[in-house]
Design a protein around this ligand. Structure first.
Ligand code: SF4
Ligand code: SF4
Ligand code: SF4
Length: 432
């Protein structure tokens, strides 16, 4: 684990095909957004692409600008669109900003040519995958309802062969949440990836029965249960702590580490205010956040008003501050507030114990998780502070376990039990 750093003043995730995708995942919150643009072809033209790239690079006040693409499925634009965007970004970077590129994809359209292009241009690819075959195929279907696992696995193998840098984006839902170690083991051991992002699925049901807007206090049965979410993270954390610190990078654990060492939040959901992670639609419409592509969060269109102005607008300032200003009182009194920060406002629709509104739906899971990792995270943070590698925690734990086993081996029947129960060994672990 290295000192966490924020590289960019703000991020924009551009959606060149809008919400359009070649798949039809059951929990997809993008697909219904087609209704916001009736009659659209959902293809970003080069004029919008160039404005996005130029304005975004020009507006950065840090040395690196990350040009980010996602969807829907961005690869449906065809590879030439991205060749032009990379070339244009190269021209714009003359201003002294180093440009890098990312793309989030379901992987099903990747082939050798794509992989060559992604590798040559140092794209960081986010590949969406939910775990081993049965689990992945539970909700991730193609347009005919067929499975997609084989096509995604093929993309992962192709990227590995061709040296494309990629990480896994795994949504955590009702199907995979009960199987944390199967999911983690699959990514680590079978797929051999070192960067994994877990994203909880929380789909709010709107009054009309859709999940189009962030409205409603009930969730679909595909959504992860709060306790399940906590258990999922805890099980994987314990495995990671034993074997993978510094070797496998899990977004939730890296973000917690940043909180524990007092570094800037690594993810907007764990920041005090909302981050600047805006979403750009195919036609140049800029929204406050990818989770709030909704009419009330439309800031404007970058063909009419520059990105830098829209990001600095009163509307975006209010959006940012609302996360902090609407934090319920049970969060302000919470012992893990420094790490959780009430998580994402889109999930704040539950009742708090005092009957107030606006508590995060996933609260119970986050509380359990952050309380569970407190001891080990304190130890990892201390190692970091004294200049040792956080990975040393694994040796320390192994040593402690060896001592404990030795103490059990050598305990006499009338000795206190080494487990610390204050009972005699013969009445406790020695009873067997
Ligand atoms: S691959 Fe992504 S964008 Fe496409 S349907 Fe699935 S979740 Fe939605
Ligand atoms: S709404 Fe959620 S995802 Fe969007 S910026 Fe705020 S914390 Fe981040
Ligand atoms: S764990 Fe729950 S109470 Fe604590 S900050 Fe997070 S959402 Fe709020």
């Amino acid at each position: 684990m290295e000192k966490p750093q924020r590289l960019s003043a703000f991020h924009v995730m551009a959606k060149p095909t809008g919400p359009v995708c070649n798949l039809d995942c059951d929990y997809c919150f993008f697909l219904t957004k087609e209704r916001l643009y009736p009659g659209s072809r959902f293809r970003m033209d080069d004029e919008v692409m160039r404005e996005y790239v130029r304005q975004y690079i020009d507006a950065q006040n840090v040395p690196e600008a990350i040009v980010a693409w996602q969807g829907g499925e961005p690869t449906m634009m065809g590879i030439d669109f991205f060749r032009r965007s990379v070339e244009y970004a190269r021209q714009c970077a003359g201003t002294g900003v180093e440009v890098s590129h990312t793309i989030q994809t379901n992987g099903t359209l990747l082939d050798n040519e794509w992989c060559e292009f992604l590798r040559e241009n140092h794209f960081l690819v986010g590949l969406s995958m939910d775990g081993p075959r049965e689990i992945h195929d539970r909700y991730r279907h193609d347009k005919r309802g067929g499975p997609t696992f084989d096509r995604v696995l093929r993309a992962a193998r192709l990227m590995q062969e061709r040296g494309v840098e990629f990480n896994i984006l795994c949504t955590v839902n009702a199907a995979n949440a009960p199987h944390p170690l199967d999911v983690y083991g699959f990514f680590r051991d079978e797929l051999g990836v070192e960067w994994i992002q877990f994203i909880p699925i929380v789909e709010r049901i709107n009054a009309d029965g859709t999940t189009l807007l962030q409205q409603g206090n009930t969730v679909t049965d595909r959504s992860v249960d709060p306790a399940q979410w906590g258990d999922f993270l805890i099980a994987i954390f314990d495995e990671w702590l034993r074997a993978d610190v510094g070797r496998v990078h899990v977004n939730m654990f890296e973000a917690a580490f940043a909180s524990w060492v007092g570094a800037p939040a690594l993810a907007c959901i764990f920041d005090e205010s909302c981050g600047d992670a805006l979403a750009l639609e195919h036609n140049g419409d800029l929204y406050s956040c990818d989770h709030f592509v909704e009419p009330r969060n439309l800031l404007g269109n970058i063909m009419e008003r520059p990105i830098s102005e829209l990001v600095a607008s009163d509307e975006q300032r209010s959006f940012r501050a609302a996360k902090r200003d609407t934090l319920p009182s049970c969060c302000t009194d919470c012992e893990v507030l420094f790490a959780c920060r009430g998580e994402c406002p889109k999930n704040r629709f539950a009742k708090s114990p005092d009957g107030g509104s606006g508590l995060n739906y996933l609260c119970a899971g986050y509380k359990a998780f952050f309380e569970h990792i407190e001891g080990p995270m304190n130890a990892i943070a201390e190692l970091y502070r004294i200049g040792r590698s956080p990975a040393d925690i694994m040796d320390i734990i192994a040593e402690e376990e060896a001592h404990t086993l030795e103490a059990f081996d050598s305990a006499g029947r009338n000795d206190p039990c080494p487990c610390g129960s204050s009972k005699k060994f013969k009445h406790c672990h020695g009873a067997a």
